[in-house]
Ligand binder design. Structure first.
Ligand code: PGA
Length: 251
């Protein structure tokens, strides 16, 4: 039985004051005991979130890490070892905004995945197709390439200590959500790809859905057999909405 996980990706949102408010709101939420809850603030606010959420059943993750795991001369980047030192437990790798807007390629994503794991962080590997790719019926091909590059670089056993997030690009921040059936089809394909390499790793890996997840509709998504929780962007900036999504994953 896979333990559901809900992660909130705050993206490039927040100020010291608004992060304090959001933390206060999260501390008030009744969260189900049987799930993992993660919030991913901008790096500047990681320490604030770690301190503010301690003991509240919400752990903290980062949105990205450097390709090099250890400290060094790499201006502007943050090493996985530093994220771990700051109290992070998870880190997103390969979010589509980084792939598409910053040109982050599969090989870079694979290095970040490995860097995260080498420092004890759980990488959350984001994959997903653009609207053009879906319309050209290339969804499964694209997602399988994105998974395949990492699989080849780190080996299937690394997925026992990782999370996958399927996020169709056309559903991110657009208000368009994949239907539970559309998402399930891709989740099942991802699990099958991993199962071809190692069935028990595949059976245990959590695959989250992301893309305009809201409290309304979350229970239907999370009810699908291969959907193990959500990666939530916009709705995670509202503590009550995020709490409701977490509760939908807990039932
Ligand atoms: P969204 O973002 O929920 O605002 O669509 C999801 C994500 O990009 O992780």
């Amino acid at each position: 039985m896979r333990r559901p996980l809900v992660a909130g990706n705050w993206k490039m949102h927040g100020t010291l004051a608004s992060v304090a408010e959001l933390i206060k709101g999260l501390r008030r939420q009744a969260l189900p005991a049987g799930i993992d809850v993660v919030v991913m603030p901008p790096a500047l606010y990681l320490a604030q979130a770690v301190a503010g959420l301690e003991g509240r059943g919400v752990v903290v993750g980062a949105q990205d890490c450097a390709v090099e795991p250890l400290q060094g001369a790499l201006t502007g980047e943050i090493a996985a070892v530093q994220l771990a030192d700051a109290g992070c437990r998870y880190v997103l790798v390969g979010h589509s905004e980084r792939r598409l807007l910053l040109g982050e390629e599969d090989a870079v994503v694979a290095r970040k995945f490995a860097a995260a794991q080498s420092c004890g962080l759980v990488p959350m590997l984001c994959v997903g197709e653009t609207r053009e790719e879906r319309e050209a019926d290339r969804t499964l091909e694209v997602v399988s390439r994105q998974i395949g590059v990492v699989l080849e670089a780190v080996g299937v056993s690394a997925f026992a200590r990782a999370v996958v997030a399927y996020e169709p690009v056309w559903a991110i921040g657009t208000g368009l959500t994949a239907t539970p059936e559309q998402a399930q089809q891709v989740h099942a394909a991802i699990r099958a790809q991993l199962a071809a390499a190692d069935p028990s790793v595949a059976a245990g890996v959590r695959i989250l859905y992301g893309g305009s997840v809201k409290a309304a509709g979350a229970a239907e998504l999370f009810g699908m057999p291969d959907i193990d929780g959500g990666l939530v962007g916009g709705a995670s900036l509202n503590a009550d909405e995020f709490g409701a999504i977490c509760r939908a994953a807990g039932c």
